[in-house]
Design a protein around this ligand. Structure first.
Ligand code: AMP
Ligand code: TRP
Length: 332
């Protein structure tokens, strides 16, 4: 059976981009079609300046939201990365497989390190090695498919390179995975700045719809979104990025097609209104289930404990095999 692995970082509150670009497909397709693991990758949240209490809180919230979104522990494995030591163990072996040049070429590293330097912060070494840890997340489970948004394809490519290189040098150990992407909303853009991704770590929240935003806040953010000059509603990412983003969000919520939807609108205002309502309706069940889960935290803890047990059982033999293949003396 196909094995699927994906992860989400607890660096901020989950956004509509996370949901439409990733989580919704995990819920609707992946957990039914494959043996799937979904991980709150908390170690990755330590690659930039962080507040320990906040990371702890956001990790729990991310896990709760994944369950609220509809991941079903009877169908898939939901767990927290730091509960399973195998990720860090394998990461070191892959650091010994990767070259520093290929890590320095990662777009996300270049962007994030430049941003940190510009604001006078030091760049953590783990920001550079981050994609190696991500490769370990994936390879430890002999994953076939990695469903992620567009921004992660380069990291999955690196993971493939590392798997192939390791297998060639030390013998067949890892499955070479491939990235799969959603057909619409692979990249939901910031409502105030349609040139950049709707990302949970942005400073200003005005262009970001958070999954737990009140419906009125969602409406306000969408009604105030930046559109483009011109008047007629056409779907063109290049010349009308703001409108295209709204059309994609609407299409993703209604399982429609952005250019066909464009034909039905005579004004930006009407498009914004319908998009706002579609998003509010899409998020409603998630918000309701989230409230129920928060009232019963023991349930989330139990899911995470069982998930980590299961993940450990799967990853252990793979990582042990990698240790042996690389020449480390078995402990007996
Ligand atoms: P992250 O928030 O970076 O941990 O991302 C978790 C998942 O959500 C990854 O698969 C990302 O590719 C996806 N994702 C994050 N932001 C967006 C966005 N604005 N549009 C589409 N997918 C996204
Ligand atoms: N790097 C991913 C992101 O920023 C999160 C992630 C970490 C991930 N490990 C993973 C995604 C493994 C897929 C598979 O979104």
């Amino acid at each position: 059976m196909t094995r699927i692995f994906s992860g989400i970082k607890p660096t901020g509150h989950l956004t509509l981009g996370n949901y439409l670009g990733a989580v919704r497909r995990w819920v609707e397709v992946d957990q039914h079609a494959a043996e799937a693991l979904f991980c709150v990758v908390d170690l990755h949240a330590l690659t930039v300046e962080h507040d320990p209490a906040r990371v702890r809180r956001l990790s729990r919230q991310a896990a709760t939201l994944l369950l609220a979104a509809g991941l079903d522990p009877a169908l898939c494995t939901v767990f927290v990365q730091s509960h399973v030591d195998e990720h860090a163990r394998l990461s070191y072996l892959l650091e010994c497989t990767a070259a520093d040049g290929e890590l320095r070429r990662m777009i996300q590293y270049k962007e994030k390190s430049a941003r940190a330097r510009a604001s006078g912060e030091s760049v953590r070494f783990s920001l550079l090695s981050y994609p190696v840890l991500m490769a370990a997340d994936i390879l430890a489970y002999r994953t076939d498919e990695v469903p992620v948004g567009d921004d992660q394809t380069q990291h999955v490519e690196l993971t493939r390179d590392l798997a192939v290189r390791f297998n060639q040098r030390y013998g067949q150990t890892f499955t070479v995975p491939r990235a799969t992407r959603p057909t619409v909303a692979a990249r939901v853009m910031d409502l105030q700045d349609p040139a950049s991704k709707m990302g949970k770590s942005h400073e200003s929240g005005a262009g970001i719809v958070y999954l737990l935003d009140d419906p009125d806040v969602v409406r306000k953010k969408i009604m105030r979104s930046v559109t483009d000059s011109g008047r007629e509603v056409v779907y063109d990412r290049e010349t009308r990025p703001g409108v295209a983003n709204l059309l994609e969000i609407l299409a993703a919520c209604e399982n429609g097609n952005p250019s066909e939807l464009a034909d039905g609108y005579a004004s930006y205002g009407a498009l914004k209104k319908d998009t706002a309502e579609a998003v509010v309706e899409t998020l409603r069940p998630l918000r309701e289930r989230h409230a129920a889960l928060v009232a019963d935290p023991g349930q989330v803890d139990a899911v995470l404990t069982a998930g980590a047990d299961r993940a450990r059982r799967l990853a252990r033999p793979v990582v042990d095999a990698a240790y042996r293949a690389m020449g480390l003396l078995p402990a007996g």
